[in-house]
Write a protein that binds this ligand. Structure first.
Ligand SMILES: NC(=O)c1ccc[n+]([C@@H]2O[C@H](COP(=O)([O-])OP(=O)(O)OC[C@H]3O[C@@H](n4cnc5c(N)ncnc54)[C@H](OP(=O)(O)O)[C@@H]3O)[C@@H](O)[C@H]2O)c1
Length: 234
């Protein structure tokens, strides 16, 4: 399989690279800003992993990423929009620039990447959008992050219907609390212990093979979909 993964330099994205490169014949193009980390992954998976350094808070970089995918992969069997970040702040404490960056990385760029990469995707291929189970609850500590992911969730539902006509499957991934750098980067000093990023990566690979539409990791966070709007505030 030819795979394009954003946010490949750490957490869930890095675990995904490991999973794909474990299987012979897969070629992965990873996107991120942290070149040191991307270089390290490349040295571990020579022949399977290549990377392109790009800041996805600037939507103009999408063309550059798609061109790199065209050059290296030719076609894309799996596009995984995984890059994302949050900021633990109330709405009123955000700067306008933070709101713009969160919206760009978590919503605008993933959609732009799908639009621009679509000509490289054939029937039978898959788009995976990593969202958050938090879209089903009120994330009062991460409200703008939650809003940007809710936008991605909404667009992904529409996209699934649109792309099914071309034989492209669309998977929405809803992780719960996962132990990655996400939380310290978002401003939490002492993050809780959550599920592992490997668990999320494995669930995504399984969903790809079974052509599933929605994945919750851990599985119980699926309950947020039913009870979240009534009960939960995190
Ligand atoms: N951890 C959780 O509890 C949790 C829960 C629900 C959903 N998620 C979602 O899961 C996805 C992966 O996050 P993670 O938990 O694995 O966190 P992570 O370890 O912080 O990884 C985030 C990835 O996104 C990339 N990224 C962030 N901003 C970027 C930018 N401006 N340009 C390019 N790449 C950028 C980072 O790459 P560079 O640093 O190299 O730029 C990094 O590879 C995110 O979409 C996140 O919202 C996480």
């Amino acid at each position: 399989m030819k795979v394009l993964i954003t946010g490949a330099s750490s957490g869930i994205g890095r675990s995904l690279v490991f999973e794909f490169c474990r299987e012979e014949g897969n070629v992965v193009l990873g996107v991120g800003r942290n070149e040191e980390s991307l270089k390290k992954i490349k040295s571990e998976f020579t022949g399977c992993f290549e990377y392109v350094k790009a800041d996805l808070s600037d939507v103009k970089n999408v063309d550059y990423v798609v061109q790199a995918a065209k050059n290296l992969l030719g076609n894309v069997d799996v596009l995984i929009n995984n890059a994302g970040f949050g900021i633990y702040k109330e709405v009123v404490n955000h700067s306008v620039e933070e709101v713009l960056n969160l919206t760009m990385v978590n919503f605008v760029t993933p959609i732009a990447l799908i639009i621009k990469a679509l000509p490289l995707m054939r029937s039978g291929s898959t788009v995976v959008n990593v969202i958050t189970a938090g879209v089903h609850v009120l994330m009062s500590k991460l409200p703008i992050y939650g809003a940007s992911k809710a936008a991605l969730h909404y667009a992904t539902e529409a996209l699934r219907n649109e792309l099914s006509k071309q034989g492209i499957n669309v998977i929405s991934v809803y992780p719960g609390y996962i132990s990655t750098e996400f939380h310290t980067r978002a401003g939490v000093k002492e993050p809780q212990k959550g599920a592992s990023p490997d668990e999320v990566a494995k669930a995504i690979i399984k969903a790809l093979k079974k052509r599933k539409k929605r994945v919750y990791v851990p599985a119980y966070v699926n309950l947020a979909r039913v009870f979240g709007p009534h009960l939960v505030k995190i």
